[in-house]
Write a protein that binds this ligand. Structure first.
Ligand code: NDP
Length: 480
């Protein structure tokens, strides 16, 4: 089996303890590669390399950093096809999705931040001819970048690109469940001639690698995307060390359909928001609120559309949904569906594991599932399921839906469908979410402040917000 290796100080290296664990292909349930079972010693090695590299990289001119990252973007693009196949095999998502969304975003992330640093300007505060204050934004040191399994290369590069562009060096920990494209990225970095030590990637189990990384005295800055429970843990262990942290966490996002919405567009988007990437996107609209006047028609149209979705071989163009990421996650989702039934939920469609034929029979496939008749405040409508499961909830008034939408501990994103522009703005202003879409879903502009409220996160990333996060402002006062 192919061995994935750590990438430290510009080289592909074995974990110091020599241990590995299996990496599974969710489409057929078989182990197909080996992941380094790294430990603190590997993190210490990587952080030392990154700390040494910081001495030079932080002093490298913006133009030179930009050129190096642009070359990396070009080299990633050259390997797109290989990355698409690898991402789908590692994660279970359809190749068509990796081709349309995941992989193009990796070079886009590098190009976005490699050019953004050339356009940054600093602030000046003038004191009535007495003095001038100007703000320097300086790189901080070694950034710890921790990413999840749902959009593996997309989210990994979303962190390391601004960190490196801003002049920091990085030790990254990808999810142990989807390490392959990060490994391929290591090889691409070597091919692109990335200066050694500026990016280091250490693979392994969450706590075993993540804890030594986040609590290391030489990683003053941490960017984490993942579950709320892990985020809470990271916040608690790093707070006493006064680290700068950015947490992008879970969501239980409302998708609100008013009776005056463009019906066909809303149905189409509701299906996309619920089932893209098998429902494993933090921004998925998993609570579908529909106004009573159109509830019955909307439900029927939704079920018609869902019945046209194909769960199948991720390699086939015809597959709308592939496999969910792991056996454990599949069982968790199926358990949640059972819990929904016990709570009185009615399964309108789906609800079961799908067994495909031939060598895919052990893959982790689940039918797109629509549940109704569950109270808005029950566990299924409050906790993130992170699978192809959407809950239909009727509502009467604007006030009622705002209250229900805001009832969870999360506040990541929301969608509102209405043709009444004033209502759209009004509801958007009253929803607890860091990102609100009106008449669309997942339309991403990389410049916007991206992140969640409440337990969906701390801080914002995106555009200059990312560059500000990865730099320390320093005010210099000059007496005139
Ligand atoms: P986890 O929180 O389980 O893991 C995220 C990352 O943290 C993984 O690399 C994981 O490693 C690592 N990790 C685990 N334990 C620790 C630790 N003690 N210290 C440091 N790192 C640790 O999330 P999932 O991978 O299951 O991802 C799904 C979650 O991510 C969902 O809740 C989803 O909503 C959220 N998410 C949020 C987004 C946002 O922008 N707000 C975007 C995408 C996803 P390992 O996998 O090896 O355990």
């Amino acid at each position: 089996m192919e061995k994935i290796l750590n990438y430290i100080n510009g080289e592909l290296v074995e974990p110091i303890n020599g241990n590995y664990f299996d990496n599974y292909n969710p489409s057929n349930g078989s182990a197909y590669s080996l992941v380094p079972d790294s430990e603190k010693a590997d993190i210490d090695h990587a952080v030392a390399a990154a700390k040494e590299a910081f001495k030079t990289w932080s002093k490298t001119s913006k133009q030179e950093r930009s050129d190096i990252l642009m070359k990396l973007a070009d080299t990633i693009e050259k390997h797109s096809e290989e990355l698409i196949i690898a991402e789908s095999k590692d994660n279970g998502k359809p190749e068509s999705l990796a081709r349309a969304v995941d992989i193009p975003r990796a070079p886009a992330n590098f190009r976005f931040f490699a050019t953004a640093i050339l356009h940054e300007h600093s602030e000046i505060h003038e004191m009535d001819g007495v003095a001038l204050n100007y703000t320097l934004r300086q790189p901080i040191g070694v950034a710890a970048c921790i990413s999840p399994w749902n959009l593996p290369l997309y989210l990994l590069t979303w962190k390391i690109a601004p960190a490196l562009a801003a002049g920091n060096t990085v030790v990254a920990k990808p999810s142990e469940i989807t390490p392959m494209t990060a490994f391929l990225l290591s090889k691409i970095c070597i091919e692109a001639g990335l200066p050694k030590g500026i990016l280091n990637i250490v693979h392994g189990h969450g706590a075993k690698v993540g804890d030594p990384l986040t609590t290391h005295p030489d990683t003053p800055i941490i960017s984490f995307t993942g579950g709320t429970v892990t985020g809470k843990h990271i916040a608690s262990v790093t707070a006493p060390m006064f680290k700068k942290i950015s947490l992008e966490l879970g969501g239980k996002n409302p998708n609100i359909i008013f009776a005056d919405a463009n019906f066909d567009k809303a149905v189409k988007m509701a299906v996309k928001a619920a089932f893209s990437n098998q429902g494993q996107i933090c921004l998925c609209g998993s609570r579908l609120f529909v106004q009573k006047e159109i509830y019955a028609d909307f439900k029927q149209a939704l079920l018609d559309k869902v019945s046209q979705l194909t769960v199948g071989d991720p390699k086939k163009e015809s597959s709308n949904l592939g496999a969910v990421v792991s056996k454990a996650h599949m069982n968790k989702i199926l358990g949640k569906i059972e819990e929904g039934k016990k709570l009185g939920g009615k399964i309108l469609t789906g609800g079961n594991r799908v067994i495909l034929e031939g060598n895919l029979k052990n893959g982790y496939y689940i039918e797109p599932t629509v549940i109704e008749s569950l109270p808005f405040d029950c566990s299924i409508n409050q906790e993130e399921i992170f699978g192809p499961v959407v809950s239909l909830i009727p509502f009467e008034s604007e006030e009622e839906v705002i209250e229900m939408a805001n009832s969870t501990k999360y506040g990541l994103s929301a969608s509102i469908f209405t043709e009444n522009i004033s209502k759209g703005h009004r509801v958007a202003a009253n929803i607890d979410a860091g990102v609100v879409w009106i008449n669309t879903w997942l339309l991403r502009d990389l410049r916007i402040p991206f992140g969640g409220m409440k337990q969906s996160g701390v801080g914002r990333e995106g555009g200059f917000k990312s560059l500000h996060f990865f730099t320390e402002p320093k005010n210099v006062c000059v007496k005139i």
